[in-house]
Unconditional design. Sequence first.
Length: 403
Amino acid sequence: MDPLLIVLIVVVVLAVAGGIWFYAGRNRGGELPPEVSAHKPISADDVLLAPPQEPVTEPEPAPGGPAPDAAAPTTAEPTAPATLERPESIPGRMQRLRSRLAGAGGFGRAILSVLSRGDLTEADWEEIEDTLLTSDLGIEVTSSLMDELRTQAKVLDTSDPAAIRAVLRAELLQLVDPSMDRSLNLAKPTPAAGWNAADGEPAAAVLMVGVNGTGKTTTCGKLARVLVADGKTAVMGAADTFRAAAADQLTTWGQRVGVEVIRSEREGADPASVAYDATREAARGGVDVVVVDTAGRLQNKAGLMDELGKIKRVMEKVAPVGEVLLVLDATTGQNGMRQAQVFSEAVGITGIVLTKLDGTAKGGIVVTVQKELGVPVKLVGLGEGADDLAPFDPEGFVDALLG
């Protein structure tokens, strides 16, 4: 056979075979399925299958709330339920709390029962002194108060219960000291040196400290409600990263009134980092106040005190911390005083929040803590209700003590 013919046959056979292979390949591959990207992979995210995700509906950001920061190690929990609660107004809650205090005046009833006997014997005076001591006024304050009561009784030349009660009221009011500034420092602070003005104007910062069991995280949530009721915007930082439920608890409080919560999704994360992120996000969002919750392990652990000092220093890289509020359980009495002294040395307390003050038998802690620390009681809580936190009213408190 002619060699040229052989070559031609081979070429034709190869061409037919190639066409059949090409056609089969097209049918086998077809069009790319919609879930496969046609572009070449350029990162691990392009190569690895992503887990299926539920569709997410982004909530509307709260007015003035901080913008999310994808690079931050903490996350801003969405806090925009369908219907936000409207916290009770400040005047309304103060009136309600005064009436509640007045109905719980075991301290006052005990003293008035003695005063109502008329002519006071030495045994009566001792009973009054015992009542004052059990109210946690302390020995020094009680002795001074008893001396003044006895002196005034002689000066007035009377054992009239009403007159003695008036003297007692005046003396207690002086001890509580209505002249102390009990307002919260919520003015916008001067930015720290090195703060980038492009990152916004720093918010007023409130750092909450105290031991476990005093109601610190709950108080943070209630304070957020006070701020909202006062027309201010706020952000809360969940820097208690050692108690698993603390961040969730704070988030629930924030969701009820539309206050954003900055938290870490990793249990045991660095609390100072969370506090810094909350302070920074508050500045970026242009809000008025940032409230930072902290851990509350026992105050005799030096690690906690060092940690609280670090949190405050890190927050002050943005701006000075205007308020450091110590949350105390009023029913702990003199034990609360020891806590107060340790915390004051560590972070410089600017004010006291007394919780569970509905048990007024321990109401003397108000006088004692102010006398020892030189800082005022600024807020009091009288119950478990969401709006059971209000500014401290010295006159209302003394009147409640006396019943």
